[in-house]
Design a binder for this molecule. Structure first.
Ligand code: GDP
Length: 463
């Protein structure tokens, strides 16, 4: 792995903007210790030198010696640091003004402002972490639910790399065989047992790669979540449903402003999967539901939805207005939900359902919460589409990995075909090398600079 090209010293505030108890400035590079010496006055005046990884109490001062804040400072000698360079952290009070005034002195003392993700990029360039782990740091910072965090932590621990290691080893083994076959063409028969090699390729490379590709879809759901639209006539209980789902998940709720004024969007987590709930209440406030604009907006929301919850008022049954609206929904993935079952008895509902011609539906009361858990479970099952969200999801590839894995699979299909056609070993070796190069792009061994730039640009400054 390459040695970091930039040896200049970078600095940034590493804690989020806003008022916090403490704020941290991170400095990395060969100038970190000289910067510390310039801007920090340790409490112990007889201090000779800073020991690595020890916290010192003192003051941050400007060039005139004026005290900016009382702080704690730590010097961490490379390579036992995040970037493998010398790192200094200054822990001041969390005021943005204080942090900026100290940062200004840090820059005056020789550091320069860090670019977004530059600390993590340096860690990557120094070989401290591979690219999948760098990406995991972004995912971890952006995770919306505990499921997202689990996934990111799994990736941070190198799960994807671990899953790929045997695949790589198997391809390398095949490549070694080809090289032997090239060097000793007379032993051709024994080395080139192509039937066996095709079996190995299938079992040790193609099947695991396909499995990882399938996990990528799960990973997307866990990272980004799904969109569930709550639709129905006015007064069937859409807002009540949204509110009671939110109350259930209070600790995990994040508010996201609706994209249009007609909809309210909130996020809940169902078994760790972010579910964006969209209440289309505003759309149906129009007097006439068949009004064109309203219909178009409703259609748009339905199109974007992974699932539509179609709410009906149990007491009123399936009305003509419901039927009108249902025409928009029935071709989409949806759940029919009779709300307000506290107002009717089972017998009545059975009759209503029968009249619908056996379309399956769920029963709910947002008032008593009867049926709420079953509804949540049904939403979850539809989201995961009958698949098990297994433990293995912790190594789920992201979109970049997915593209590379698909390319590797294509290369493997060519290798398989070449083996079946008994193509000469030197040509096979070329294909095998290509497949291996593809895979090493995942961990970033051969990733082009522009791809790296794009990945690290997703970080915020200070990470
Ligand atoms: P929306 O227009 O579809 O969003 O409907 P709302 O959520 O505003 O509910 C309309 C009315 O129905 C309100 O007065 C609610 O209190 C009532 N409501 C909603 N859900 C239930 C329920 O399960 N049982 C009963 N009895 N009333 C409900």
């Amino acid at each position: 792995m390459a040695v970091p090209q930039k040896t200049d010293t970078i600095a940034a505030v590493a804690t989020p903007p806003g008022i916090g108890g403490i704020g941290i400035i991170r400095i990395s590079g060969s100038g970190a210790l000289p910067v510390l010496r310039r801007i920090f006055q340790p409490h112990r005046q007889d201090l000779q030198d800073y020991q690595t990884h020890r916290l010192y109490y003192g003051c941050a001062v400007d060039h005139t010696g004026r005290v900016l804040d009382e702080i704690l400072a730590v010097y961490m000698r490379g390579p036992a640091t995040y970037t493998r360079e010398d790192v200094v952290e200054l822990h001041s009070h969390g005021s943005w003004l204080v942090l900026q005034s100290i940062l200004k002195e840090v820059f005056a003392a020789g550091a320069r402002p860090a670019e977004p993700g530059e600390f993590t990029k340096r860690a990557f360039l120094a070989g401290r972490i591979d690219l999948t782990r760098a990406e995991a740091v972004i995912d971890l910072l952006q995770a919306k639910t505990e499921g997202g965090v689990r996934l990111a932590v799994g990736q941070l621990q190198g799960r994807l790399e671990d899953a790929l290691a045997p695949v790589q080893a198997s391809l390398m083994h095949l490549l070694a065989l080809m090289e032997v076959a090239i060097d000793f063409p007379d032993d051709d028969v024994e080395i080139m047992d192509t039937g066996h090699q095709r079996q190995q390729l299938q079992k040790e490379v193609i099947v695991p790669l396909r499995g990882l590709l399938r996990l990528a879809d799960q990973g997307k759901i866990i990272r980004e979540g799904v969109h569930v639209v709550i639709a129905g006539r006015p007064n069937v209980g859409k807002s009540s449903l949204l509110n009671c789902l939110l109350r259930e998940e209070r600790a995990l709720v994040t508010s996201i402003p609706g994209t249009t004024r007609d909809t309210i969007e909130e996020m809940i987590s169902i078994h760790g999967i972010p579910v964006h709930l969209i209440d289309t209440a505003g759309i149906h406030e129009q007097e006439d539901i068949v009004e064109e604009l309203g219909i178009e907006r409703a259609r748009q929301k339905m199109r974007e939805a992974d699932l539509v919850l179609f709410l009906l008022d149990a007491k009123r049954g399936f009305t003509d207005q419901d039927r009108e609206l249902y025409r928009l929904i029935k071709d989409r993935k949806h759940l029919l939900v009779y709300n307000k079952i506290d107002l009717v008895d089972d017998e009545y509902l059975n009759k209503v359902e029968k009249a619908l011609g056996g379309v399956s539906s769920m029963r709910l009361s947002t008032l008593t919460h009867q049926g709420l858990e079953t509804l949540q479970e049904a939403i979850y099952q539809i989201i995961i589409n009958g698949r098990q969200v297994e433990e293995q999801a912790s190594c789920a590839p992201n979109l970049r990995h997915k593209v590379i894995l698909a390319e590797t699979l294509q290369a493997c299909a060519r290798i398989d075909q070449a083996l079946s056609m008994r193509v000469p070993a030197d040509l096979l070796a070329v294909e095998l090398q290509m497949a291996l190069d593809c895979l090493s792009d995942i961990v970033g061994l051969t990733t082009p600079e522009d791809v790296l730039e794009k990945i690290f640009a997703e970080f915020c400054i200070g990470k």
